[in-house]
Design a protein around this ligand. Structure first.
Ligand code: HDE
Length: 711
């Protein structure tokens, strides 16, 4: 491979550095640069007297504080970001003329923000929710934003329904409850009346909605976009991000407990991995469909509630993205970053997907209320690395000083500048799609199949994944108070899969209705045509799509996995050292959990730093547990009941557990029984077997037995 140019990658860093303030070894000043000699006391009339209006130091400090907050994002308020780069493996100039897709010598800087959707800025990371996966590419031809999610489809087909969807899932307006949760009446009232939501809805019930880490999620552009090559030819394209570490999730029981133990779990995980030099990585994949094949599928490519199964159109991996730098400042970068699906570059274009079309308006609009000025593109994180020259002027917070007498086009007084670029010189030209149609407010009949793909998804899951979907529906609907909503949902679920509906109904103590009083979409509105087209007949064009199941993801690495070593004074150094070395060789993170903080001493009289006292941590924050031998150490562990709970919980969540010598006593004393045939329990076993069990993420074969553990 040719030597990579690093110029543009460092250019964004350089640009950001120009705006970075470092207070190290600097005197404190006011905002006007005046040196300050007291920031602790107001100016008062006498020692115990009233504060003087004159006190500009107090006024400035409090004034700034009063205005520190900006409105949080209306959706995706809770998020975390990181810097990195994208590089292309091979030119795809047969499809696209974009520099980012043709020039393999480039290292394009990126900023990525991951998020949950429904919760507020301070809500828990582990909510059952879709995750946002927004990527800003600072390309040489201008900024391209690929603003996607971790699920390949969306809830609705038309932007017009977005406010309804979001109002139904957000906390109910009368009591502002529940926070960051879809398990409530208004959400299920809406989705049960809007069957197009069912595909994304069943993904939401799957493990995809409770990821182990942002680093272990796929990303999807969702909409069908267009790639345009030099000849002006178009191909349809769907974008995919494939994580190097595979797609892995936690269980719902863990998610609930992690929310209490560390509600910043995903944020911390991303930050810590980057700080440790374990840079998260994804491959960019494309599914390409020639224009002439547009109507070849049994679903509509413009319908964002449909995916193209990879078994029908394979994903070509064309490049990789690495996140290698944490932001310097959360507010300035992660909070102020503004993603716009409308930010595209020559070589990429839109389609008529009605959801995408609506997004092209919404994102620019929302930045005004969030960031306060249409000059938000001048904020350092939002600045392109390509030059910006135009006649757009003024407004709140103009940061630049445009020179010259003219701010219009055409002109002679400004020498005709800034001048226009021909297409051959990089000027943007929209794809010339032929349109010959009536203005009409309806939904295409080709969008009316609401059940085939949710059914394909469910059929493609492994048994343990299906069991999780049953549990998720049972939990979510169990939290609803209105029986008619639950009944409608059960009937709809039965259209996807009868067993699934039966199992959920049993948990709810209800029966799956044979039919429902009113046609499902009667409440949708007066438009007869809409009713006519929803929902269509279920089809079966593919029996299974194995790529949809997490059972078929990558299981080849334990890099960055958090392994708890339960230890107290007197632990067996030989056991400890063997296991620690073996795990760290594979880039796992070993953490010492002890009865107290500070240090502990092993049986070789060496001191070891404790990472967490048992009082400050929980089993759910780790991927696996190891307990070395040492009589004294194990006795001390057994004196604190929380260590037993720690091991029992790891077992309940199907994690790998290894013990050596006296360490086995923790298993013996625990509620765990029948461990002889468990593939992920190792008593005086080999480190390499423990490692391969951790790489498998979980031993789902244990699931039925694990359910019986009460912790
Ligand atoms: Fe968004 N969405 N969205 N969305 N979305 C926003 O923009 C909107 C949709 C997505 O980390 C908002 O800057 C409408 C699909 C992500 O900053 C807002 C519709 C997909 C993020 C908005 C959709 C997304 C947002 C809120 C239906 C996946 C977070 C703040 C037409 C392909 C970006 C903001 C970040 C954020 C509107 C549907 C993903 C209000 C109207 C489909 C990842 O503009």
């Amino acid at each position: 491979m040719a030597q990579k140019k690093t110029s543009k990658s460092t250019e964004k860093e350089k640009q950001l550095k120009n705006y970075t303030i470092d207070c190290q070894d600097k005197p404190m000043t006011t905002r006007q640069g005046l040196k300050v000699n007291d920031t602790n006391n107001s100016l008062t009339a006498g020692e115990r007297g009233a504060t003087l209006l004159e006190d500009f130091l107090l006024r400035e400090k409090i004034h700034n504080f009063d205005h520190e907050r900006i409105p949080e994002r209306i959706v995706h308020a809770r998020g975390s970001g990181a810097h990195g780069y994208f590089e292309l493996y091979e030119s795809i100039d047969q499809y696209s003329k974009a520099g980012i897709f043709t020039d393999t010598s480039r290292k394009t800087p990126v900023f990525v923000r991951f998020s949950t959707v429904a919760g507020s800025k301070g809500s828990t990371d582990l909510a059952r929710d879709v995750r946002g996966f927004a990527v800003k590419f600072y390309t040489e031809e201008g900024t391209w934003d690929l603003v996607g999610n971790n699920m390949p489809i969306f809830f609705i087909q038309d932007a017009m329904k977005f406010p309804d969807l979001i109002h139904s899932v957000k906390p109910e307006p009368n009591k502002e409850i529940p926070q960051a949760a879809s398990a409530h009446d208004t959400f299920y009232d809406f989705v049960s009346l809007t069957t197009e939501t069912m595909h994304n809805q069943i993904w939401l019930m799957s493990d995809r909605a409770i990821p182990r880490s942002y680093r272990m999620m796929e990303g999807f552009g969702i909409h069908t976009f267009r790639l345009i090559n030099k000849k002006g030819e178009a191909h349809f394209v769907k974008f995919h991000w494939k994580p190097k570490l595979g797609v892995h999730s936690v269980t719902w029981d863990e998610a609930v407990k992690i929310s209490g133990a560390d509600s910043d779990f995903h944020r911390r995980d991303l930050w810590d991995a980057i700080e440790a030099g374990q840079f998260p990585e994804w491959e960019l994949g494309i599914q390409v469909v020639p224009e002439e094949d547009e109507h070849k599928f049994e679903f509509d490519l413009l319908d964002p509630t449909k995916l193209i199964p990879e078994e029908m159109v394979p994903v070509q991996r064309i490049g990789r993205m690495v996140l290698n730098r944490n932001p310097e400042n959360f507010f300035a970068e992660t909070e102020q970053v503004a993603f716009l699906p409308g930010n595209i570059v020559p070589g990429i274009d839109f389609t008529n997907d009605p959801l995408l079309q609506g997004r092209l308006f919404s994102y620019r609009d929302t930045q005004l209320s969030r960031l306060g000025s249409h000059n938000f593109h001048q904020l350092p994180i939002n600045r392109p690395v390509s030059d910006v020259h135009n006649n757009q002027r003024d407004g709140h917070m103009q940061m630049e000083i445009p020179k010259g007498q003219t701010a219009y086009f055409p002109n002679t007084l400004g020498g005709g500048c800034p001048y226009l670029s021909k297409v051959a010189e990089g000027g943007f030209e929209s794809y010339q799609e032929r349109i010959d149609a009536k203005k009409i407010r309806t939904r295409s009949e080709s969008f009316s199949d609401h059940f085939s793909q949710p059914a394909l998804f469910y059929r493609s899951l492994a048994d343990w994944e299906k069991a999780h979907v049953v549990d998720a529906y049972s939990f979510e609907l169990g939290k609803c108070n209105h029986d008619h909503i639950k009944e409608r949902m059960l009937w709809i679920i039965s259209q996807i899969d009868t067993d699934l509906a039966k199992n959920v109904a049993e948990n709810l103590g209800m029966k799956v209705p044979k039919s429902i009083d009113k046609p499902i979409n009667q409440a949708i509105g007066a438009d007869a045509k809409v009713k006519e087209h929803q929902p269509g007949k279920k089809k079966n064009y593919l029996d299974k799509a194995p790529t949809l199941s997490q059972a078929n993801t990558i299981f080849d690495s334990i890099a960055t996995r958090q392994i708890a070593f339960l230890v107290a004074d007197g632990f067996n150094m030989k056991d400890f050292d063997n296991m620690k070395k073996a795990l760290e060789k594979q880039n796992a993170m070993v953490k010492l959990v002890a009865p107290h903080g500070g240090t502990i001493t092993c049986d070789s009289e060496m001191e070891h730093k404790v990472d967490a006292s048992i009082m400050t941590t929980e089993s759910v924050l780790f991927d696996a547990v190891y307990i070395p031998g040492g009589k004294k150490s194990v006795k001390a562990l057994l004196e604190k009941a929380k260590f037993l709970k720690f091991v029992e919980e790891a077992y309940k969540h199907c994690k790998a557990i290894a013990v050596d010598n006296e360490g086995a006593r923790l298993l013996e004393e625990s509620a765990i029984n029948d461990m002889e045939n468990d593939e992920a329990i190792f008593i005086n076993g080999k480190a390499k077997d423990f490692i391969s069990a951790i790489a498998k993420h979980r031993n789902w074969k244990r699931m039925a037995k694990a359910e019986k553990i009460a912790v």
